[in-house]
Design a protein around this ligand. Structure first.
Ligand code: APR
Ligand code: ZN
Length: 372
């Protein structure tokens, strides 16, 4: 048992409060992690703002890294002392989807309960109220107990904040390109929305050897950053004139439009733009998550007639134990400049301000750094 500091929301739609909580020792199949870094992702904001309703009280954060302090029964003691990245979708490893290697679709993940494998939480307030951990890992905390299957050791030399980013934005964006869509060498790619996820799609497209990478955003500064990450072309989007944005993307790609368009916002209008910009045979990859209940539409005849495709990509089809170390090695080799995504480092107490910037579309990736 130890006391920890954590960013808690009482329930979805309410601001975060920094609280002192009690954290129990790790149980069987669990790991105690001293958190080192946690990214501020738009999915946290969806929960904070009540677009997605989650039970509360709950510790925020799902893009994190740390160092293993202790392990519970049945977990390899060799892990103690290792720097790790955390997966926000700890696989159960026994359901049908896990068995067939599609862990991102696991139906038995403890993340679905925001708790540990036995359905309970290790966190309580001083008065005994149980507190959940977002997606079982609640990374905006000084320490956490997490499921062992969420823990992925990092190779030596990977900075904590890079490991944290591999835990969500990088795997989601790079994986959408190299795993979900399997973009082939020489393909043309457009990415709509250049937050941490979309910028990771840009990096993934560069890694895959795309011949053109068209960066699309309403914010000029984001387009400049995309250029540093490998974008070759750009379109400044005009949200009120989707037809103009579509035409500009098509003209920029040539050959009727880009082979692949990635939508990394989760907005019905930009989803329609992604489909609308495709040439015959092209593929739209939907990466951004919308608010619940939203519908997107497109004209059916040309879609079918032109043999186009739409793919949904969740967590970049990540198998964390295999993919996280690969992304880390690509970073170390200089082929995935993950650190360039970071535009701010902050303390837990500044989280609400970080959410304000993210809401305004001004942030690339803001990283909460947990003092050692
Ligand atoms: N056209 C083009 N770009 C837009 C538009 C638009 N109509 N509206 C917003 N954008 C840009 C913003 O300027 C910003 O750069 O989209 C980007 C969104 O980035 P973030 O808010 O930082 O989101 P991110 O954390 O990258 O997540 C994107 O993926 O995992 C999901 O839940 C997550 O739905 C979210 C999405
Ligand atoms: Zn995320």
């Amino acid at each position: 048992m130890r006391e920890i500091r954590a960013a808690v929301i009482p329930s979805s739609g309410h601001p975060t409060v920094i609280e002192t909580l009690r954290l129990a020792d790790p149980g069987p199949g669990e790991v105690l992690v001293r958190m080192t870094s946690s990214g501020v992702c738009h999915s946290d904001l969806h929960v904070r703002d009540g677009h997605w309703v989650r039970p509360g009280p709950i510790v925020m954060g799902h893009e994190g890294a740390g160092a293993v302090e202790a392990v519970g029964l049945g977990v390899d003691p060799e892990l103690v002392g290792h720097a790790v990245a955390l997966s926000w979708y700890a696989p159960c490893l026994v359901c049908r989807e896990c068995q067939r290697g599609r862990q991102w679709l696991c139906s038995g993940s403890p993340a679905l309960q925001h708790a540990q494998l036995d359905g309970t939480t290790r966190l309580t307030r001083a008065d005994g109220t149980p507190v959940l951990a977002y997606l079982s890992i609640g990374t905006m905390a000084s320490y956490q107990v997490v499921p062992a299957t969420a823990v992925v050791p990092m190779p030596d030399g990977v900075p904590a904040e890079v490991a944290a980013l591999i835990g969500c934005g990088v795997s989601t964006g790079v994986g959408a390109v190299v795993k979900t869509a399997e973009v082939p060498f020489g393909a043309t790619v457009a990415v709509i929305g250049l937050g941490g996820v979309g910028l990771s799609c840009v990096m993934g497209a560069a890694l895959a050897g795309a011949s053109k990478i068209i960066a699309v955003d309403v914010n000029r500064a984001k387009i400049d950053l995309a250029g540093e990450l490998g974008a070759t072309n750009w379109v400044l989007a005009e949200p009120d004139e989707p037809g103009k944005t579509i035409a500009a993307i098509r003209a920029s790609a040539g050959d009727g439009g880009p082979d692949f368009v990635f939508e990394a916002i989760g907005n019905p209008s930009t989803i329609a733009q992604a489909v609308g910009a495709l040439p015959p045979g092209g593929t739209a990859v939907l990466v951004g998550l919308t608010k619940y209940g939203q519908q997107a539409s497109f004209e059916a005849f040309p879609f079918v007639d032109g043999g186009r495709r739409i793919l949904g990509s969740n967590y970049g089809s990540a198998v964390a134990a295999i993919d996280f170390p690969r992304y880390a090695e690509a970073y170390l080799a200089g082929r995935l400049p993950i650190d360039k995504l970071i535009d701010r480092r902050l303390d837990l107490t500044e989280l609400e301000d970080a959410f304000d910037r993210l809401r305004a579309g001004q942030a690339a990736r803001q990283m909460v750094m947990h003092p050692g």
